[in-house]
Design a protein. Sequence first.
Lengths: 534, 379
Amino acid sequence: MFANLSDRLTETFKSLRGKGRLTEADIDGTIREIRRALLDADVAVPVVRSFTAAIRERTLGSEVSGALNPGQQVVKIVHEELIAVLGGEQRPLTLAKHGPTVIMLAGLQGAGKTTFAGKLAHHLKAQGQTPILVAADLQRPNAVTQLKVVGERAGVPVFAPEAGVTREDERPHGDPVEVARRGLREAQDKQHTVVIVDTAGRLGVDAELMKQAGDIRKAIDPHEVLFVIDAMIGQDAVATAQAFQEGVDFTGVVLSKLDGDARGGAALSVAQVTGRPIMFASVGEKLDDIEVFHPDRMASRILDMGDILTLIEQAEQKFDQAEAERMAGKMQRGEDFTFTDFLAQMQQLKNMGSMKKMLGMLPGMGAMRDQIDNLDERELVRTEAIIQSMTPLERDNPKVLNGSRRARIAAGSGMTVADVNSLVKRFEDAQRMMKAMAKGGGMPGMPGMGGPGGFGGLPGGKKSKGKQAPQRKVKGKSGNPAKRAQQEQQARARAAGEKPAAPAGSAFGLGAPAPQEDIDPAQLQADLGKYLRR
Amino acid sequence: MDVTWIPGDADLVVIIVALAAIGGGAFALLRRPGGGQQPPSAPPAAPPTAEPGAEQPEAAAVEEAPAEEAEPARAAPEAPESRLARLRSRLSGGFGATLLSIFSRDSLSQDDWDELEETLLAADVGAASTDVLLEDLRARLKAEPEAEPIALLRQALLDVVDPTLDRSLDLTGAEGMPATAVVVGVNGVGKTTTVGKLARVLVAEDKTVVLGAADTFRAAAADQLETWGSRVGVPVVRSDREGADPASVAFEAAQAGKDQGLDVVLVDTAGRLQNKAGLMDELGKIVRVVSKVSPPSEVLLVLDATTGQNGLTQARVFGEVAPLTGIVLTKLDGTARGGIVVAVQRELGVPVKFIGLGEGEDDLAPFDAEQFVDGLLGR
């Protein structure tokens, strides 16, 4: 796992903490790190150059001077700039005033056009539109078949007069331009409100196919031309995007395969170079795995700052709703967190996949990277074994655990009594923390979690699980003067920087009239913030 | 940063579980007003991406009988020189030209170094590998101030790509057993097409081959592979229904290879993103099950040349599940330069064995390090 930008910047600024002012030399080091982070995220070289130049200008200005923790200040600036570029031109899909809205999809081979066509149709259908899919990809073997399958799954009709290539050795026949034109006529006849035209994947350098795409564009005069690009693409993103801009003059961008772990710097390159807005993100293989694009999340991702919202969404998908409701109810009623709950949560966590991976997504975990790397996932199994060796009574009332019961549990789980003791001890700490949260609605002493690079806060957060949690809530300050200064600074930075950032997330969430997501990110972020900060 | 306050790993576990409980609880609270408006989850997934192997019709038209396919001159990708010349002309357009203009100056200024660095970066070589390469070049220039910088850079690149590595396919199974090869990769990089082309190459080498269509997920993947099989004249083992257990298909293919005393079993797998734990486990199972018949002697990762730094992660994660023996770099016929190869080989030591230069069926060429580097340098 690579250290993320926050960690590296902190390292850069280590020597100058307390100096309070940034010199040009300091900024050089910073810029180098930012440049490196952007390059590692596959942002195109020319874009990196202009971007870092802008950052240098901003950091050299008055904004940073006097800052106590310049590292975080710089990250904040970079983050804001990224959001500005990524979200600069956000807008919803343009829908035609009358007659069918025509949407054309274009992109490289294997970018995910056909899959996205199905998702978009599904998405629009949910909004009350009556879309029709037009199969104008007569090039790739079985592309038409695939679109039919996709259309069937989405419950959307597919207009496919030409079968396209169904065998590898067949010569492409049929005229995609004609298919597109007839598809449009079909839509007008049958009163469809949206026409989605899937075209063949092509290489940017393939002049012939590009001309064909241009011809289709001319023939159907689409309201939107969406350029589908793979989030994993590297430096070639710029050349590809420019070729397609010349060829089909796309009006919006779709970032596909964002469910992978590519950092997706291509998004920045394409947005910067073409000035076209990124409108959708395709995040999985299912039909409803389509999202409106969130510039703020993308910015965090490019900077590798952790993505708490994604984590939450992932948790939401995998978590058993009933179980979550039960937990929430319990917390509200102020009931104790028991081993039964603990076990249930742990099993849910296991469903979410690798713990290391998940931890990696939490912001501010950089400082704990070593621990995370050393984390033995089998520890989870051992803990589970201990709990499973308890009787239901013991699970619900840990207080009854006397010496002989503990000895039995240790024997039953193949662990030692000391292991059982330490688990019970730690569990009690966690229980206390949960209680404090349920009451106060905030996580005591976890100040760093929400901010970029909240490493400074984590030690406090960690301890807060322990006995110090309630104390800390009252004091809210570290005994260590240096740490306290840092905490105060963080608090200030949060007050200044985080608040506006949060609503920005939803403001740019250009989700067309009705965003398909059922949670409003702004609400989520605000409420979550309650748990993460204070 | 002082992190000694963390008493042990286990603590982390407890905290995470507690956090998860909180997270879960938070949601339920948030969602309560909505009252379970969770959108019904869609039926299993649309086939994720296009397998990019649209065949050139001309090539197909030429070949009629499978017997002809076996003619080595036809199937063993002949004339790689001409293809590489094509590749080189494209590569040299950007990379080589810039390098030449840089190196034609007498001494290298800081700006030149910067430019050099950006050129390497722009080829997707990656920041870390670029640093190492430039450091290497600096050292070489110091040692041999008289030498031509471009020759030194060529040598530096060559040392990373290492032409002495064995890039042939190791497909000699144990006595009486077929050699097995598994082809893996993320969605939409061209796995099925690569399997088809590889089968062609193997048939040309007079090997008997069976293909296993373990991509039971994408709608038309098995059909696509079957088409390849019938053209090259090799049997394809496939499941008769969609969504079957890919491991069982792979096993049957390997078993068929053993029973019929064939030389090679080529298993095509479904595309999967490397961060999907469930799918990676499935891949692990495929490899394990195939190993019951004959441990895979080749696990080939198919990488798209346009892939950026994520390619390294892909190689690393796939390698953890199924130790990679080689890489097939596809779609080198675009504008992408595939510099990620350099990074992958430097960090993981997995060599590129084949490159895909286009959509034609013979456009799978063995990777030649010297020609590749020369191409990069515009020679």
